[in-house]
Design a protein around this ligand. Structure first.
Ligand SMILES: [Zn+2]
Length: 321
């Protein structure tokens, strides 16, 4: 079943290639075996948006190192299932990052935590997300609303907050958005891996991008954003892979434009940041309707490899040796 889904993705990719014949084309392909092999790989767990009409899971990404599922970014609806289909292992996770508390980026977090209830995991699990504002909770309020021992909806899992009940303690780091500069949210013991977070403009929604640096390679997850942050260009500078969300088509106005970047802006950001490879994701029906045209607009601004992601696509990050 999984190979069928991936081969459909490959066919779509080649269709884009055919349609764009005559233009300089640097498509990058999903590599089915990269996530279970050696080296660093990015797996798209969810390439869809907030509406249940695109046949895709909502936002979620898994970073693999030498066949181990180490870093999870976002946990929108459907990511629970895709995590299992990808072969993810809760015990292997070293970090969960939630970019913002729109439901399509966070709704499956508690389902994954329930799954982790059976993982027999002892060590703490670092988790990071933005501070709250207006109608949106921060990471700590969000987790308390789910897991708090007194009023949490799933208070039977409150051990995640206090370490009791043989549940691994969530080591929470809430990112203060009043400082418009990168914040390091995780560094591993031997300093090979560092994860930074940066505020990104997404309407009134407090949102952060993540940059995972693994040795010389790096993956930047842009999150939902409208593309107006100069700081984000520096944050994404020379990333091996940049993941950007394309839920809206060119010409979008109003609330859609305040929340999201259209294809030409995505292309400009990738070009200005001089990234090695661009992964487009988080599609909605309105951006899928003319996906080839939208990808062509991105390509008119950015001449590096572009992958138009499907769920479970796996991308090699840097040299796989
Ligand atoms: Zn959002």
């Amino acid at each position: 079943m999984f190979s069928k889904s991936r081969s459909t993705g490959m066919h779509r990719l080649w269709l884009v290639a055919v349609l764009l014949a005559g233009l300089p084309l640097y498509a990058c392909a999903a590599d089915d075996s990269a996530c279970t092999g050696s080296g660093i790989a990015l797996q798209v767990l969810g390439s869809g948006g907030p509406i249940a009409d695109d046949g895709r899971a909502s936002s979620g990404y898994l970073v693999w190192i030498d066949g181990k599922s180490r870093y999870l970014i976002d946990a929108g609806g459907g990511v629970f299932l895709r995590f299992a289909e990808a072969g993810g292992n809760f015990s292997e996770l070293d970090f969960i990052g939630i970019s913002h508390f729109h439901a399509d980026h966070s709704a499956d977090l508690v389902a994954l935590l329930k799954s982790g209830n059976f993982a027999n995991r002892g060590r703490k699990l670092p988790i990071s997300g933005p501070a709250g504002d207006g109608p949106f909770p921060g990471l700590q309020d969000y987790l308390n609303s789910l897991l708090g021992s007194e009023y949490g909806a799933y208070r039977y899992l409150s051990g995640y907050l206090d370490g009791k009940g043989r549940l691994p303690l969530l080591d929470q780091l809430e990112v203060d958005l009043s400082r418009n500069e990168a914040v390091t949210v995780l560094t591993d013991a031997d300093s090979v891996v560092r994860i930074d977070a940066l505020y990104v403009p997404h309407g009134i929604v407090p949102a952060i991008a993540f940059r995972i640096q693994i040795g010389d390679e790096s993956i930047v997850f842009a999150s939902d954003q409208n593309g107006s942050s100069e700081e984000f260009i520096d944050f994404a500078r020379a990333a091996t892979v940049l993941v950007m969300h394309m839920p809206v088509p060119e010409g979008v106005t109003g609330a859609g434009r305040k929340l999201h970047a259209p294809p030409s802006v995505i292309g400009d950001i990738a070009a200005q940041a001089d990234v090695g490879q661009l992964v487009l994701s988080h599609f909605m029906a309105r951006s899928l309707r003319d996906l080839d045209g939208n990808v062509a607009l991105v390509r008119s601004r950015f001449d590096g490899p572009i992958l138009s992601a499907n769920d479970l696509d796996c991308v090699t990050v840097g040299q796989d040796d």
